[in-house]
Ligand binder design. Structure first.
Ligand SMILES: Nc1ncnc2c1ncn2[C@@H]1O[C@H](COP(=O)(O)OP(=O)(O)OP(=O)(O)O)[C@@H](O)[C@H]1O
Ligand SMILES: [Mg+2]
Length: 170
């Protein structure tokens, strides 16, 4: 069963996946599978451009977890969407060395629920599990995800509301 973990950069996908890997799950990173599909570089963003359609089309379902900020585009049986309050997310990204502009852009995308909205465009709601990492412990977040993956908790989304952050400059 393919499980995808998605979310705006900085929401905690890699950190929580590391914990899940330690717990015995087969974990793959989006970057490792997308290398073959790089079609250029985006110097403004300092990132690579990926042929997303082809990457999705050629993706082979597997038994494990794939984590990355566009994994919600992939076919999967369970989808985890990590969330983080925009002001906290921005701090995490600045601490990691992101520019003010890039940190702010990502915080705004998080405030707008971009990843969740895209997820719901691709998948039915009953495979989606949203988890707020703002003040959560990584181990606790991993516990929640594990319960969902194992079918012990039901789908859940729509309870985070970052709309108060939309009116101000994040
Ligand atoms: N509950 C939590 N779950 C996961 N990470 C958390 C949590 N609480 C705080 N963090 C922190 O948030 C940061 C998340 O960084 P991480 O690299 O895991 O994000 P990411 O979603 O993989 O970003 P990217 O898309 O850029 O790869 C880490 O510093 C981590 O310690
Ligand atoms: Mg990561």
């Amino acid at each position: 069963m393919t499980v995808c973990i998605t979310g705006t950069p900085g929401t905690g996908k890699s950190s929580v996946s590391k914990v899940l890997k330690k717990r015995g799950y087969n974990v793959v990173s989006q970057n490792d599978t997308a290398k073959k599909y790089i079609i250029g570089a985006d110097p403004d963003r300092n990132t690579e451009i990926i042929d997303e359609d082809k990457w999705v089309e050629e993706f082979k379902p597997f038994d494990g977890i794939i984590e990355g900020h566009i994994t919600h585009l992939l076919p999967c049986r369970r989808l985890v969407v990590l969330r983080c309050r925009p002001d906290v997310l921005k701090k995490r990204l600045l601490k990691r060395g992101y520019s003010e502009e890039k940190a702010s852009e990502n915080a705004m995308a998080e405030a707008l629920d971009v990843v969740l909205v895209e997820s719901l465009e691709v998948h039915p709601g009953d495979i989606i599990f949203e988890s707020d990492t703002t003040f959560a412990d990584v181990e606790k977040t991993a516990d929640e995800i594990e319960m969902f993956i194992e079918g012990k908790t039901s789908f859940r989304y729509g309870s985070t509301d970052w709309s108060e952050y939309l009116g101000e400059r994040i």
